[in-house]
Design a protein around this ligand. Structure first.
Ligand SMILES: [Zn+2]
Length: 294
């Protein structure tokens, strides 16, 4: 069993007095200890498996009582033609983003922004996920007009990796005087953003691999939405090349959207306030990372 997963469950079981110390939980007794927790919590199906309801009961009160991670502003750069949106992220993601951006700037690159936290009241449009990582402040977007149009000048240059969908669809390069010489088969967009034309152009110059650097700092990209991959009326705003999310904070098959929102400090991110601000979002609270939440 994955060590981080085991430890996260163990910490919850200690909180709920099912075990005394985290090291008491092992692969061998895992199901029995989870069953003991489920038995002690009325209403849970006692099967020893951690589904959405059990994961929620394990984490919710511990997170409510625990350390809160505040919203932190991360400084970003603008270009002469594109004014960046201020970027606020949850403190853990903000710390990692600040280090990532410092590494980009140290090589002569810039980091533009279309924002981080999404207000809880936001109803997702066709290009946005109902379970977005932006709600708990774990994702940032680079400014959408600062890459993918003019690869000889844009701060960011996009390249297809060869996969046809999914999180590794894009490789994003950052133009940087201190970067390495690269020859890139750049994706170039033109025309209406609601019927975008996609071509390629070979460019050479000094770049750093922003996607790799982001991954080293805990941030993963996501793939385009179907409206960008469609054969006709391709939607630029569904390309998602600009989106990076702090998956280092999350444990596959255990972390939940609502738990990660409650972890955000301040009066806005209590269970009651989130439910009042956006009932649909609250309905998604138990979605588990790498299951219904990606
Ligand atoms: Zn995004």
């Amino acid at each position: 069993m994955d060590a981080r997963y085991l430890r996260a469950v163990a910490d919850c079981l200690v909180f709920h007095n099912i075990i005394g110390t985290p090291s008491e939980l092992t692969d061998a007794n895992f199901k029995a200890k989870v069953r003991a927790f489920q038995t002690s919590h009325g209403g849970l199906f006692v099967d020893g498996d951690i589904g959405e309801l059990t994961a929620w009961e394990l984490q919710a009160r511990m997170v409510t009582d625990g350390l809160q991670l505040m919203s932190v502003n991360v400084p970003v750069d603008s270009t002469p033609s594109v004014q960046s949106v201020p970027m606020n992220l949850r403190a853990d993601a903000a710390g990692a983003a600040a280090q990532l951006f410092a590494a980009v700037r140290a090589k002569g690159g810039i980091v533009t922004s279309a924002g981080g936290f999404r207000p809880l009241s936001t109803t997702p449009n066709a290009h946005q996920s109902a379970r977005s990582m932006h709600y708990p402040g774990l994702a940032f977007d680079l400014a959408v007009a600062t890459g993918g149009f003019d690869p000889d000048k844009d701060p960011f240059v996009l390249e297809r990796t060869g996969t046809t969908s999914g999180p590794n669809y894009w490789r994003v390069w950052s133009r940087a005087t201190g970067g390495d010489s690269q020859t890139i088969t750049a994706t170039v967009h033109s025309g209406s953003w609601n019927n975008i034309k996609v071509q390629t152009k070979t460019v050479t110059g000094k770049f750093i691999n922003f996607s790799d650097l982001a991954r080293e700092h805990g941030f993963q990209s996501i793939g385009p939405r179907s409206a960008y991959l469609a054969a006709t009326s391709k939607q630029y705003m569904s390309s998602e090349w600009w989106h990076f999310q702090y998956e280092a904070a999350l444990i596959p098959n255990f972390s939940q959207l609502g738990i990660e929102m409650i972890r955000v400090g301040g009066p806005t991110y209590t269970a009651e306030r989130i439910r009042a601000a956006n009932a649909n979002l609250w309905d998604e609270r138990r979605a588990i990372f790498r299951q219904k939440w990606n």
